[in-house]
Design a protein around this ligand. Structure first.
Ligand SMILES: Cc1ncc(COP(=O)(O)O)c(C=O)c1O
Length: 406
């Protein structure tokens, strides 16, 4: 076994969620929605919630001091994972909150009526609606970059669309529906040429691609722990230190302050300034455990493994005359398709009877569904624990569905 080959038996044994409650193999093909958790993450969370449990940042007793060290060590781990510095990482509830934070704080302070933001047709609602809320607040304009024929963000069109009025380009690193991978360095170069900042929604990228924010050159990078084999309820916003330091707070409360009087309040430095209230302590520890788990396996090997699965599934689906496969051939970890004459929800229900879990719906990307001309797609998304048996079960389930629907 070389470094690019995963030890699948060992990996699958790490994930208790890959079996049904009565012990059958479960073909989980919905990791794009949320990933199953390895035992190491479950154990880290149980310990943090059990024998190690205490609050952070204010206790005078030893356990609280230790928990504070663990919480800040988690921030360091998450920062190192994407090539950032620890003071550039804000723990948020997830990618959605991270993007809302940038829109409310940076957007509110830096954008004005007439400024423009460039999004794309394939964005998740989390990278659309926060900017619409900002539009309602300050009057910015939103432009939508079209897609290429095979469903990738069209960078030639982006170059033509960008003007000095554009102050922000906000795009997904990996599409949660089509799996296409954005050439981030390219869009950063285009954005910088007109003086725009770049926010990358890295939700679907961090579980599948090694990310180095310094090399990418973006200004903001947002992601969630739960798609990265970590707990729900936590994610991260990375922002360049000079940008984060200058951003005003967006939520007020405990922890984020320096000094409070009824006349005036001063704030803690970043990133604490953006973490009002008791933070998600247990989740932060679990987040770091997930990062450790993924790094021990290696993202290059995970990416190669998922690429093989994508190629196999796309190949098998392409051989079916009644299946339309969306997205580019080199998609990362995600395959969306439509079966003629069968609604994705019906297909999903029949697959569920065979212990195959896929996602059917608009995937929080309704503008993309409109563009594809479908109300919904069926989406199979892989994790590092997925294997050929999952694809075989999916294909068998599709064949069975076709027989049922005649
Ligand atoms: C590309 C993308 N962006 C943003 C999100 C939102 O992530 P969360 O719901 O964890 O905040 C998702 C989740 O599906 C996603 O796939």
């Amino acid at each position: 076994m070389n470094a690019m080959t995963l030890d699948m038996a060992a990996i699958r044994a790490d994930f208790p969620g890959l079996r049904t409650a009565d012990g059958r193999a479960w073909h989980y093909l919905d990791s794009g929605a949320t990933a199953q958790k390895p035992q190491a993450v479950i154990d880290a969370c149980a310990r943090a919630m059990g024998v190690d449990y205490a609050t952070v940042h204010r206790g005078v007793y030893a356990r609280s001091a230790e928990m504070t060290l663990a919480y800040e060590a988690a921030r360091r781990t998450v920062a190192q994972f994407i090539g950032g510095a620890e003071h550039e990482i804000v723990f948020t509830r997830g990618a959605t909150e991270a993007i809302n934070l940038v829109a409310a704080s940076w957007g509110g302070a830096n954008l004005k009526a007439g400024d423009r933001i460039l999004l794309s047709t394939l964005e998740h609602h989390s990278n659309i609606v926060p900017w619409q809320l900002l539009r309602d607040r300050v009057g910015v304009e939103i432009d939508v970059c079209p897609l290429t024929e095979d469903g990738q963000i069209d960078l030639v069109a982006a170059e033509q669309m960008l003007t000095p009025a554009h102050k922000l380009v906000a795009l997904a690193h990996v599409s949660n529906v089509l799996g296409g991978v954005l050439h981030v360095e390219h869009i950063v170069a285009l954005a910088k040429s007109v003086g725009a900042k770049v926010l990358i929604d890295g939700c679907q990228a961090v579980p599948r691609i090694a990310v180095d924010v310094a090399a990418l050159g973006c200004d903001f990078y947002a992601f969630s722990a739960h798609k990265l084999y970590g707990p729900t309820g936590i994610g991260a916003l990375w922002a360049k230190a000079e940008i984060l330091d200058a951003m005003p707070p967006w939520q007020g409360g405990g922890s984020m302050i320096d000094r409070v009087t009824f006349e005036r309040t001063t704030y803690a430095p970043a990133p604490t300034r953006f973490e009002a209230g008791t933070p998600a302590i247990v989740e932060a520890i679990g987040f770091a455990a997930a990062v450790d788990y993924v790094q021990a396996i290696g993202l290059a090997a995970i990416h190669a493994h998922e690429a093989r699965l994508v190629a196999q599934l796309r190949g098998e689906l392409a051989r079916m005359a009644d299946v339309r496969v969306f997205g580019p051939d080199n998609a990362a970890g995600i395959v969306s398709f439509a079966l003629d004459g069968v609604h994705p929800h019906d297909l999903g229900t029949i697959l569920d009877e065979a212990d195959v879990a896929i996602r059917a719906g608009h995937h929080c990307a309704q503008p993309l569904m409109d563009h594809l001309g479908v109300p919904a797609t069926t989406r199979a998304s892989f994790g590092l624990y997925s294997d050929e048996s999952d694809i075989a079960a999916l294909i068998a389930g599709i064949e069975r569905t076709k027989r049922i629907f005649g």
